[in-house]
Design a protein. Structure first.
Length: 136
């Protein structure tokens, strides 16, 4: 999806991929441009779009306190995320064992969707698939 905003004279406006919106915006009285928090929302959206274009917007797979499921040695362990680190290149989820017998503390040890899962259902489906591979 492309940008929804563009900057004109230091203010964010809706980007309709034409110059009509720019001319309409410039011809609208300032007191009518910004009402009901609309400008604040447009500014925030424009800032996020700028960060995304610069490669500085990171969307995390989960948050601190979430449960993640680790599949290792045929066992699914339930873990709680303690903290998340991102060094600009690598993402690390640090978690502790909540339920199970197998624990690690770093996402880099696992592949999201292969050995680390955000839902129990995904982990169980992967475990069933791996068991099917071993028996088939």
């Amino acid at each position: 999806m492309g940008r929804l905003t563009k900057w004109v004279d230091g203010e964010p406006i809706e980007d309709h991929d034409n110059d009509t919106s720019v001319s309409e915006w410039k011809n609208t009285a300032p007191e009518k441009r910004f009402r009901n928090g609309y400008n604040h929302c447009m500014r925030k959206l424009a800032e996020y779009e700028d960060l995304q274009e610069q490669g500085r917007l990171v969307v995390l797979p989960c948050k601190v306190g979430d449960t993640v499921f680790v599949l290792a040695h045929g066992i699914i362990s339930q873990n709680l995320v303690d903290h998340v680190e991102y060094d600009g290149t690598h993402l690390a989820l640090h978690f502790h064992l909540h339920c199970g017998i197998f624990t690690f503390t770093d996402l880099s040890t696992f592949n999201l969707g292969d050995t680390l899962f955000l839902t129990r259902e995904e982990a169980e489906a992967a475990l069933a698939a791996k068991k099917g591979e071993n028996h088939g």
